[in-house]
Design a protein. Sequence first.
Length: 149
Amino acid sequence: MRLRPRHHQLLRFAALGVIVASLTYAIGRAGTRVDVTAEGLSRLSAATEKLIRGIDKKRPVMVHAFISDKVPTEYVATRARLLNVLHEMDQAGGSGLRVRIVRPTAGSKAADEAIDDFGIKPRSVVNRSGGQIGKMDVFMGLAFVSGPH
């Protein structure tokens, strides 16, 4: 039985789709991370990677990151880069370095923890959205802890 050229092309296209989906799934499961930005915004420097690898597993470091979900437009890129770097640190850290990302809101338990336990306070920043100018309290602080806490 011979396939028509149109059916043959359709089968090839479907096979290509299966291959792409399979590769995407396999790479995702392998935990492979690639920074495809020209500036290397999510890439850790060689010195940072060396520092992370040098952390004594008997005395691990915990990074507590308190980062608001909602930030003014001017801070969106900074927030995204910070979260990307934190995720890269968490991936590179193994058992020596763990990253905990907390998204506090005003008056929440997470906000109280940031203020009381780590001295990280929200900063009041200008928010220009919808043609209006106002103020917004934003958390964007880190605490590095090693040993009991």
